[in-house]
Design a protein around this ligand. Structure first.
Ligand SMILES: [Zn+2]
Ligand SMILES: [Zn+2]
Length: 443
């Protein structure tokens, strides 16, 4: 069964380095009680323990890494040690009791790019860390990347080396059954180094059962008697069985009761992107290449896209009309070009991508230190004037992305995409939670 609730909590929303109002990258997808972590910048475990965070680290079941930049992975070794109770060590020559006891425990599953396995192994080995709960790293390899075959750390289990398919995607790195009704695929996005975007897809939920279609058959004396003979005293209990098991049931008179159809609106989809200046390769994951036409609004329930830099002439003195850079005026296009040079996006890039995939909601993440969070605890010492300015900048960033998301017209070679009227755009802040509403419960 797919999870009842899916939510995304941001633990770090800063680009590159932490500030007093934002930590570096990490977010948590909560699937009912299970937690999947995406990126783990430094001090991610401290964010978990903060009183503004209601998530328990002990619920972390899987971790996904987008790319190897330090602001996305430097918190991973510490987080892993804590969730695996890895602190402490024994004297040289003594047998470590944690190694013996961990044999039967399922490992923490970690997914990410080439190099992740060696990074973790090196950190754990040099810090003499032994974990009570083992871990496994599954590497998502591009076509030209070699498979890592080094020696395992004592707490490590052999992971899969998953090659991109012929279209360049890693489909179902977590399968639907394994993921408890939510599968995970990944694809390449453009950054200064190899970088991944992840797509979480929920299995379609069954439509509500219509008892009047089933009850007359279940109540037929011959059928009820046959069920009673099988130990099923209340024939109506078959209704809940149909809803949950999704398997047809054949009655004594030959009638086959089929479970209700899956919801035609499909399951929820959440896209979580690493740093990027161009994520358009992922559009095909959402809309297969052979499907012509426009994306339906709401095709992806939530897109988390970076928006590191922005052209803010009203708020940013270096963008004032009189200012020049390299002998040219600073413009929206020049800020976009400079962001791109550093592998990053502006609100326009994020909004255009969200439009291409039919996003219902866009969260702008990975914000430059130039854009502090005015409502963060770390902003309490700032003047009202500063906070008003920061609020103005974030509002303008949201407005620009919103305009790109709603605007119609051509945004990709040969693809005309209508803007969405109902999509929502907001900037991320640390400890913000976004609920992804069940599709059958949408207003
Ligand atoms: Zn980054
Ligand atoms: Zn990066």
């Amino acid at each position: 069964m797919p999870p009842d609730t899916i939510s995304v909590t941001f633990l770090g929303t800063a680009a590159g380095r932490p500030s007093t109002t934002r930590n570096v990258s990490s977010l948590v997808v909560k699937l009912d009680s299970k937690l999947w972590v995406f990126d783990a910048g430094e001090a991610t475990q401290h964010q978990f323990m903060d009183d503004r965070c209601s998530l328990s680290m002990s619920r972390v079941a899987r971790l996904f890494i987008t790319h190897m930049h330090g602001d996305h992975i430097n918190g991973l070794p510490g987080l892993l040690c804590t969730i695996s109770a890895g602190e402490g060590s024994v004297l040289p020559g003594q047998e470590d009791p944690r190694l013996g006891g961990s044999q039967g425990i399922p490992p923490t599953e970690i997914y990410g790019p080439s190099g992740l396995r060696l990074f973790l192994r090196t950190c754990l080995a040099l810090t003499q860390s032994i974990l009570s709960r083992p871990y496994v790293v599954h590497e998502l390899l591009f076509a030209d990347e070699p498979e890592e075959v080094g020696e395992l750390h004592p707490s490590e289990r052999r992971g899969r080396s998953i090659r991109a398919d012929e279209r360049g995607f890693w489909r179902d790195v977590v399968g639907e059954a394994e993921g408890g009704g939510v599968s995970v695929s990944a694809g390449p996005i453009q950054h200064t180094i190899r970088c991944l975007g992840y797509l979480l897809s929920e299995a379609p939920r069954a439509l509500p059962i219509q008892p009047n279609l089933y009850i007359p058959h279940l109540k037929k004396p011959a059928n009820a008697a046959a069920l009673a003979a099988q130990g099923i005293k209340n024939p109506l209990s078959i209704l809940s069985q149909l809803q949950t098991s999704r398997e047809p049931v054949t009655l004594a008179d030959g009638t086959v009761l089929r479970p209700p159809d899956p919801n035609p609106h499909g399951g929820r989809r959440v896209m979580i992107l690493g740093d990027t200046f161009d994520a358009r390769a992922l559009v095909e994951l959402v809309r297969p290449a052979d499907s012509s036409g426009k994306p339906a609004a709401g095709e992806v329930d939530l897109v988390v896209h970076e928006s590191t830099n922005a052209y803010l002439p009203t708020w940013d003195d270096s963008h004032a009309p009189s200012k020049q850079r390299d002998g040219a005026l600073v413009t929206e296009a020049s800020v976009r070009a400079l962001a791109r040079e550093h592998g990053h996006s502006t609100p326009q890039v994020a909004g255009e991508f969200a439009r291409l995939v039919g996003a219902r909601e866009l969260v702008l993440n990975h914000l430059s230190v130039k854009y502090p969070d005015p409502d963060a605890r770390g902003a309490q010492g700032a003047s009202d004037e500063s906070r008003a300015k920061w609020r103005g900048m974030l509002g303008e960033i949201e407005r620009q992305a919103d305009e790109a998301l709603r605007g119609g017209g051509r945004v990709d070679e040969g693809v005309e995409v209508e803007g969405s009227r109902t999509a929502r755009v907001r900037t991320a802040s640390d400890f913000m939670t976004v609920d992804v509403v069940r599709r059958d419960k949408r207003q």
